[in-house]
Each structure stands twice: as C-alpha cells, then as structure tokens.
Write a protein that binds this ligand. Structure first.
Ligand code: CA
Length: 226
C-alpha cells in the first residue's frame, strides 16, 4: 500500500516521493488537505507524510478530521516550525511523529519504517492463504503464481479481507475501504464490485476463498464454500 504525501510545494513533494521510492515505498502525492480528504482510498494508505502549512485547511486540520472518522493510518508531520509547542500540537491533533524542516530524506524513511512497523504493517510482511500470496510491499496478490490484476477498489477490499482473514468483515467496512469515508454507495454497486472481485480471485481456481454472509459481510477463509 502506498504512502500518501500531502505537500503543496511540488519540488519538495517530488523529492520526497523519489526518496521514498528509492527506499522501496510506493508513494502518491496530493497538494492539499481538501484533495486528500476527497481521495476514495484515503483510509487504505500505509502511512501519510503531511506538511503542516498547506493552502486551504492545514495539515493539522486534515489529520484531525481524518482521526474523527476513526482512521488510525500512521501520520508523520513535516513542518518548517520545529518548536516544542508546534510539535506537541501536531501530536495532539493525531500525528504519530513530527519532523522539522530541513530534514534528511533518510530520516523521513527511517521514521516511516518505525511508524509502519508499529502499526503492524511491516514491509516484509507476506500473507499466505492456501495458494494465495499477498505481498503488501509490492502491492501484489497472486494465486498459484498467477498475478491477479485488481483495480483500486478491489485491492482495497482484498487488503482488508486479508488483514482480517478468518473473520467476517462487515459490509460497512468494505464500503469504507473501497469508496472512502462517506460510505453512501448504492448497494447494487457494492454487490457488483464483490462479484467482479470473486470472478478474478476465486472463479479460475479450484479452492474458493471468498465467502459472502448474506446481509452481514464478506470473509476470506481457507474453506469458503459458496
Ligand atoms: Ca507547505
């Protein structure tokens, strides 16, 4: 899962992105807090690097609103102001760490490693269920060695199911992961999405992994029967 960079200065943003990519992270850049909040996959990011001083809502306000939705995605604040008060405010607003500019990209990477590990999203993680292999770092899901090409919504749903394998994931959570915070999605659209996912993940393979619990949610399990 990629790291989201929220930074309005494009040169800084590009430097951050290439620095993260050199260290094996995948990174996505957005320029404002409003744009970040509008991203459907916002809660699925592995972590966020957020500039405090943004046009429109500040980085602090962005993270405050994000936390109000219940999201616990790790957040590293970057700020030109490194005074104690600013740092404390950043942590109080829901940030997990705070770096003052100028910073070294190596330090950004090191702190992100700590944050993602602490969040149980370690990069070296691999998850195997029957013949399915999930490599979050490479954002790759394969079955019997065949890569399964998933769209962003399908990948978000699969990631959530894999993180909760063997447990029922309520529809509400699936919708939030795939469509974002608001969760007002036509029920037919959700069913259609799940059907497409099943066609890709289960239909070509003898062992079925996805199980629908009608009116409740979806579960990924070793012995899923239809
Ligand atoms: Ca800025």
């Amino acid at each position: 899962m990629p790291i989201l960079i929220v930074e309005d200065e494009s040169r800084t943003a590009q430097e951050l992105r290439s620095g993260l990519e050199r260290s094996g992270f995948e990174a996505v850049v957005t320029e404002s807090g409003e744009a970040a909040l509008g991203m459907p996959q916002l809660t699925a990011f592995e972590a966020m690097v957020v500039d405090v001083m943004l046009p429109g809502i500040s980085g602090l306000e962005l993270v405050k609103r994000l936390r109000e939705t219940g999201s616990r995605v790790p957040v590293l604040f970057l700020s030109a102001r490194g005074g104690l008060e600013d740092r404390l405010l950043g942590l109080e607003m829901g940030g997990d760490d705070y770096l003052a500019k100028p910073y070294s990209i190596l330090e950004v990477v090191a702190r992100l490693h700590v944050l993602t590990r602490r969040a149980g999203r370690d990069h070296s993680e691999r998850v195997e269920v029957a013949d399915l292999l999930w490599e979050p770092e490479a954002r790759r899901i394969t079955r019997s060695g065949h890569r399964i090409d998933l769209g962003p919504k399908e990948y978000a749903i699969m990631s959530l199911l894999l993180q909760n394998r063997g447990k029922v994931v309520p529809r509400r959570q699936l919708i939030q992961a795939a469509w974002g915070l608001e969760g007002t999605v036509d029920t037919n659209a959700v069913d259609a999405q799940i059907l497409r996912l099943r066609r890709k993940v289960d239909d070509p393979f003898p062992v079925k992994l996805l199980r629908t619990l009608r009116g409740v949610g979806l579960m990924l399990d070793l012995d899923a029967s239809r």
